[in-house]
Every structure is written in structure tokens, then in C-alpha cells.
Ligand binder design. Structure first.
Ligand SMILES: Cc1cc2nc3c(=O)[nH]c(=O)nc-3n(C[C@H](O)[C@H](O)[C@H](O)COP(=O)(O)O)c2cc1C
Length: 186
């Protein structure tokens, strides 16, 4: 079974990202086709990238990098869940990506984004060249959620609309298809 790593890239107190990422996790678990690793960057708490050598050399010197590298290396496919801050991605997701190099290469990734008016479109567009530089291959459909606060239930759960549900299902299908295509290249 391919290992799906869900990376939650918002770390603020009270973040809406947590219920959104938990919905992604619930859905992927119910799908039954993945082993899931839920990587909350708030708990992983990487410092700003502090390795002396370029990650492509894979000569890591910090315990937090070695741990992060081992975890990402074990994953086959990814869903990155992160918000739009000031017309772009927030720094946490970029920092987590910058730490490593070959661990991301030739692996599929889907984005789950949110924001205000834009629904995270600009964050998504901004991170595309970054994952491209790392050799990742993006799913075609990606999720954008406008004002997700309006979709939080009294129990604090994110309640997806029909479109979000459909796109997440398509993303999971595509992650599997891309994984099959890219696996021989890894
Ligand atoms: C520093 C900051 C900048 C933001 N910039 C944008 C923005 O440029 N576009 C947008 O649509 N929403 C923007 N927002 C609204 C966020 O998308 C919204 O607060 C969302 O809840 C953030 O995700 P989080 O709660 O998981 O951190 C911004 C929020 C913050 C805190």
C-alpha cells in the first residue's frame, strides 16, 4: 500500500488548517488505499533551515533533519495542506521543503489550499515552481477553499461541500496513478 504523507503547513494557534487537514486524513483513511502519515508541522517544529551543506548531498548534521528526512523518504505520495498568507504560501511549508532534496524527487503531490477571497489560489500558484524544482509531480485537480470558517460545524469539524469532496477523491485517484507511473523512475 502506498504511504500517503499529509503535511499540515499552518501552525498558528487557532488555525483553521487543523480541521481541514483532519478532514483530508479522515477521507484518505476511509478510502482504504493508503497507509497514512499525518505530519503536522506545528508538532514537528523544524527550526529555519540550518544545515551547513546543500540538501542534495544528503549529508545532514542535525537530528531534526535526519528525522525529517527518514520520514519523508518513507512516503510515496503527498498532500500538502497550507493557507494563503499575503498572496503566497506561508513560510513553514517552504522551510519544510527546503530541508530535503532527493527525498521529494519523482513523487506525486496534491495541494489543499484555503484563504479568503482567493481560496488559496495564489498560495498554490506560488508553490508550484518550488515543488517542480524538487522533482515532484502535481495532481491536475487541487482543492481551493474560500473562507473555510463558514464550513466549521459546532463540533469544530470541517464540513466539505460537494465540490471539495469530489476533488479530494480525484486527487486520491490521481496520486495512485502518478505513483504507479513514477515509481519505476525512483
Ligand atoms: C498573515 C496572514 C496573511 C493572510 N493573507 C491572506 C491573503 O493574502 N489572501 C487570502 O485570501 N487570505 C489571507 N489570509 C487569511 C487566511 O487565509 C485565513 O486567516 C486562514 O484562516 C489562514 O489559515 P490558518 O488559519 O490555517 O492559519 C491571511 C491570514 C494571515 C494570518
Amino acid at each position: 500500500m502506498p504511504k500517503l504523507m499529509i503535511i499540515l503547513g499552518s501552525v498558528r494557534e487557532g488555525r483553521i488548517g487543523l480541521p481541514i487537514a483532519e478532514w483530508v486524513k479522515r477521507t484518505a483513511e476511509a478510502d482504504g488505499r493508503f497507509d497514512i502519515d499525518f505530519a503536522d508541522l506545528a508538532t514537528i517544529a523544524l527550526p529555519f533551515m540550518d544545515e551547513p551543506k546543500h540538501p542534495r548531498l544528503r549529508q545532514y548534521s542535525r537530528p531534526h533533519t535526519i528525522e525529517w528526512s527518514t520520514r519523508v523518504d518513507a512516503a510515496d505520495v503527498f498532500l500538502f495542506a497550507f493557507p494563503e498568507y499575503n498572496y503566497s504560501f506561508g513560510p513553514v511549508i517552504k522551510n519544510a521543503l527546503d530541508y530535503l532534496n532527493s527525498e521529494w524527487n519523482r513523487k506525486p503531490v496534491g495541494f489543499v489550499n484555503w484563504g479568503g477571497n482567493s481560496g488559496g489560489t495564489r498560495a498554490q500558484t506560488a508553490l508550484r515552481p518550488v515543488v517542480g524544482a524538487l522533482g515532484m509531480v502535481m495532481t491536475k485537480g487541487n482543492i481551493e477553499i474560500n473562507f473555510p470558517q463558514r464550513q466549521i460545524s459546532d463540533e469544530g469539524e470541517f464540513v466539505p461541500n460537494e465540490q471539495h469532496t469530489q476533488v479530494l477523491k480525484l486527487q486520491l485517484d490521481e496520486l495512485l496513478a502518478l505513483d504507479e507511473a513514477l515509481r519505476p523512475l525512483r
